[in-house]
Design a binder for this molecule. Structure first.
Ligand SMILES: Nc1ncnc2c1ncn2[C@@H]1O[C@H](COP(=O)(O)OP(=O)(O)OP(=O)(O)O)[C@@H](O)[C@H]1O
Length: 699
């Protein structure tokens, strides 16, 4: 019986077609399902580089490109206008990777052209340090070695994207990004296959779910084709697949990976996988940092599964909302203190509060931000309720130490604010998380599995709540986090909170969102600083790499703000003229004030600006904090001036506490990193006057 598989490249091709052409493709596909492939006229091509390649007629304009895998199984690889389809088909060749046994496609004609036209560069080539034997051992085809020996730059390597076999390109990108042969080997160790039969395309295709999807029937096919832009629903990277579909983790599992490596995607697949196996009544919690992110998760989840029973088994909510609901269900209405009130109380506490001699020998008051952070990161984090407990408590991650007398003074200031909140019947989200945890401890845990996205910024109180939501045991917690995107102050050791992930951590390294050029710039913002993961280990960006190429991010340097705004209006206008949807454009800024001003000037220029509260679609203008977890086809990061980034009020002065100052600076770097890595294809940056010292392009 003829069976059809779908190649990864087919989906975007299908997505680009007009509805009529899509219907013609659907009709051609259904012939496979009806066992009438004889009627498909699978045509062989003269001059084809691969004897197994065929094309089929879709309509008078389009042809499909098909690979015969053997045993009457076919893979539909692409749909293209007639001449393009023929050109594509004759140039491609399929091989079986000798190390991993996966099916690979190469653009043989493109490779031949590269070898013919690319001059060999004098000086060191990119892979000089790696022997031929090692390259072959890693799975690189021997016939590609001469070509690899003339590659001298990242750009040359990237110009081979689409021509080299993808798995081999990934290996080469890993080596080029600084991984050693042993590290690349370790990255793919789980996938190495012995006794590979390089003539058996069918077995190889079945080993390549990241690029070939075997479709069980029309229902599955319709589900795949319903969202052809969402390649992530069907084709996961082998590490993503392995992590998401592992049968059992004996306890909490932690998946790390920097921006755009598909942590959210992996978490979504895991949630669905777990929900599908649950008996009736069992529930999965899928949670994240903010309400907006939870809404985005729900939308993605609904694209991943249409099964109402599975959807019903997954609760998606932000951790704050969940805590609020648990407490109000138990105790009736509660009021959460908003930021304005908290600011006011902490300012008052700072004014009348403790003083100390700073490093310059001046009498200084502790700042409002210091006191507030001390309350959140030391007192609430460790659930300290008495002065004595605070006196002896460790203050990890809080900068220079406090003497006993200072601690007493700080405690008095904190205690005054805490009492005032109680007097006004107000709580913070952090307090609610601990209250909710206390309530839950009285009864059996409500969830069978918990999946947590954006875990890097959760407070210890929120982790304590998560721990009570699910009983310890196999597959209890699946956590996704990137310590390089930590933009609040929580410094958490999961083990100390009863969440032991040792032996169950995995790292994703391939960025699917951002181009090579945008990623390069964004990583420079981090300045080589290390980050400590939730498991207490140093995290690393080693081997972090992108799969796509694009233009170099552009920096607009302006003398004054009006010019900068004018340039922004022009830039956004150009993107819109090029057909970019307004909601696919983001503008990231450091302050709420800039959000308001820029929203106004864009609106005045008749550019639609999104307003979530009123349900209005448009260009998304937001603070860098609010950009967390989102993505945009085109992103402008503006107002990147020295006086704005780092934000002066977010920095402890170096005189007050040099250690805290460094830490605050680091957080501002992470914030800029988060903002820049929201860009998918195009990134534009601008400033007026002196540029921010955090901008790498200016140094
Ligand atoms: N296997 C895949 N194939 C195609 N696209 C993918 C794949 N995995 C992820 N993506 C896409 O890459 C982008 C980033 O994925 P995702 O949001 O899951 O990453 P993340 O690690 O959670 O990012 P961040 O931490 O920056 O928020 C999304 O557009 C997603 O659809």
């Amino acid at each position: 019986m003829a069976e059809l598989a779908i190649g990864r490249g087919f989906l975007p091709a299908y997505a680009r077609l007009q509805r009529r052409a899509q219907r013609a493709v659907d009709a051609a596909i259904s012939k496979f399902a009806q066992h009438t492939h004889a009627g498909l006229h699978l045509e062989k091509l003269t001059g084809a580089r691969d004897p197994n390649i065929r094309t089929i007629r879709i309509d008078q304009f389009y042809r499909g490109v098909v690979l015969a895998l053997g045993e009457e199984k076919y893979a539909l690889l692409d749909v293209l206008p007639h001449d393009d389809a023929i050109a594509f088909a004759v140039s491609r060749r399929f091989t079986v990777n000798q190390t991993l046994g996966v099916l690979e496609m190469r653009d043989q004609a493109g490779i031949e052209e590269f070898t013919r036209t690319e001059p060999s560069t004098p000086g060191g080539a990119l892979f000089d340090q790696v022997s031929n034997a090692d390259l072959v051992r890693l799975g690189v085809d021997a016939d590609l070695l001469p070509l690899l020996r003339i590659i001298a730059t990242d750009q040359q390597l990237e110009s081979l994207a689409g021509r080299l076999p993808e798995t081999q390109l990934d290996i080469l990108r890993g080596l080029a990004s600084g991984l050693s042969v042993a590290e690349v080997w370790a990255e793919q160790a789980d996938r190495i296959v012995s006794g590979v039969d390089t003539d058996d395309l069918l077995t190889a295709a079945r080993r390549t779910p990241e690029r070939i999807a075997f479709v069980s029937g029309p229902v599955e096919l319709a589900a795949i084709l319903a969202h052809p832009f969402d390649v992530w629903r069907t084709f996961l990277h082998p590490t993503q697949r392995d992590v998401a579909y592992r049968d059992t983790y004996s306890g909490p599992a932690l998946v790390t990976g920097s921006a755009g490596t598909g942590k959210t995607v992996t978490g979504l697949h895991r949630a669905v996988f777990l929900a599908e196996r649950l008996p009736d009544g069992g529930k999965v919690l899928l949670t994240t940092y903010t309400r907006a992110l939870a809404e985005a998760l729900t939308r993605q989840l609904y694209r991943l599964t249409t099964d109402p029973a599975v959807r019903a088994r997954i609760d998606v909510t932000s951790i704050d909302k969940l805590a609020y609901e648990i407490v109000t269900r138990d105790r009736g209405r509660v009021t959460v203190a908003d930021n304005e009130i908290l600011d006011e109380l902490w300012q008052a506490a700072a004014k009348t509060g403790p003083t100390y001699l700073n490093r310059a020998g001046q009498v200084t008051t502790f700042s409002a931000s210091f006191l507030r952070h001390e309350w959140e990161q030391v007192v609430l984090a460790q659930q300290l309720t008495t002065r004595d407990a605070y006196r002896d408590a460790p203050r990890r991650g809080r900068g220079t130490g406090l003497r006993a007398a200072q601690r007493d003074q700080v405690w008095d200031a904190i205690d005054t604010v805490a009492r005032e909140l109680t007097r006004r019947h107000l709580r913070t989200h952090t307090q609610l998380a601990d209250e909710a945890a206390a309530i839950l401890r009285r009864s059996p845990a409500p969830y069978r599995h918990v999946v947590v996205d954006e875990g890097q910024d959760l407070h210890p109180a929120q982790w304590r709540l998560l721990r009570t939501l699910v009983a310890p045991g196999p597959n209890d917690m699946f956590l996704l986090a990137d310590p390089y995107q930590r933009i609040y102050d929580s410094h958490v050791s999961l083990a100390q909170l009863g969440i032991e992930v040792r032996g169950r951590t995995r790292r994703l390294t391939v960025n699917y969102r951002t181009t090579h050029q945008i990623l390069n710039l964004s990583v420079k913002v981090l300045n080589g600083d290390a980050a400590i993961g939730l498991d207490g280990q140093d995290d690393t960006l080693h081997g972090y790499r992108s799969t796509t190429l694009g233009g170099v991010p552009e920096l607009g340097a302006h003398d004054n703000r009006d010019d900068e705004y004018e340039a922004l209006i022009e830039r956004v206008g150009t993107w819109l003229d090029q057909g970019v949807e307004p909601h696919a454009i983001g503008v990231a800024v450091r302050t709420g004030q800039l959000v308001r001003t820029i929203s106004r000037i864009l609106a005045d220029a008749h550019i639609p600006v999104a307003d979530d509260k009123r349900g209005i679609d448009g260009v998304h203008v937001a603070t860098m904090h609010r950009m967390k977890g989102l993505e945009f086809q085109c992103l402008a990061a503006v107002g990147l001036d020295a006086g704005i980034l780092p934000a002066p009020n977010a920095l402890t002065s170096a005189a007050e506490d040099p250690h805290a100052h460094q830490q605050d600076l680091r957080r501002e770097r992470c914030l800029l990193f988060v903002a820049l890595t929201r860009a998918r294809d195009v990134l534009y940056l601008s400033h007026s006057g002196t540029p921010s010292p955090l901008l790498p392009v200016t140094r």
